[in-house]
Design a protein around this ligand. Structure first.
Ligand SMILES: [Fe+2]
Length: 233
């Protein structure tokens, strides 16, 4: 089965207290997708607490695959080996731990998946470039172009995993349409033009559905069919 959750921000408690109790029956054939802000590759290389978390992640019986969000150490992520996995390009962080790349498509359990990471840090003025913030958080023109090319090749996709939300969602949660970012606009274009089964995004830290097949995720864990595994109050 494929499961999806929101931003984990390098917090092992998300796994220990929220995900692992639900994952008791998950095994080698199961995959957990994370909608960005994975955050377990964030601190300077060699950080012992982070290394310990990565060891625990590597020992999980199921696969973990994430799109990048805005709170990621991109230079460190980019140093992992680039490989092919489930029909698309990834960074392999471990035997069953993968960074899904922007604009890539995958086929997992016969479900097609389109991925677009990236997002704008609204708190970036309080962050330190190269230590807690990286300009790579926003997609490059080449990455947008790669996404457009992939989308043009698709007639339909089963699953979409993004960190940021489409522009219409940003308007629904009160963001000024005049301040719309190109990333939100690009995702809105996909929402309007590409038939999809279920779309999952993180970033807004909201456990809220925006219609039957568009889901904001934070702490909750959903099945790929858009049903929740647990209730979040
Ligand atoms: Fe986040």
């Amino acid at each position: 089965m494929i499961y999806v959750t929101g931003d984990t921000h390098g917090d092992w408690n998300r796994f220990a207290h929220e995900i692992l109790p639900l994952a008791r029956d998950w095994g080698a054939r199961d995959t957990l997708l994370i909608a960005g802000d994975f955050g377990f590759v964030f601190r300077p290389e060699g950080d012992p607490a982070e290394a310990e978390c990565m060891k625990k992640l590597a020992s999980l019986p199921f696969t973990v695959a994430f799109c990048d969000g805005n709170h990621e150490n991109f230079p460190r992520l980019m140093r992992y080996p680039v490989e092919q996995w489930q029909g698309g390009t990834v960074h392999r962080l471990g035997p069953k731990l993968f960074h899904l790349l922007r604009g890539e498509t995958y086929l997992i359990e016969r479900k097609s998946l389109l991925v677009m990471g990236g997002g704008r840090s609204i708190d970036r003025v309080w962050r330190t470039p190269g230590l807690s913030w990286w300009p790579e958080e926003m997609p490059t023109n080449a990455e947008y172009q790669h996404l457009r090319q992939r989308v043009q090749q698709l007639k339909r996709v089963d699953l979409i995993l993004t960190h940021a939300a489409p522009a219409s969602v940003m308007r629904m949660v009160g963001f000024d349409p005049g301040a719309e970012l190109p990333l939100n606009t690009a995702l809105e274009g996909i929402r309007q033009s590409l038939p999809y089964g279920q779309w999952f995004f993180g970033h807004l830290h909201l456990d809220r559905d925006f219609g039957p097949n568009l889901h904001g995720l934070y702490h909750r864990v959903m099945r790929a069919d858009g049903t929740a595994l647990q209730t979040i109050d």
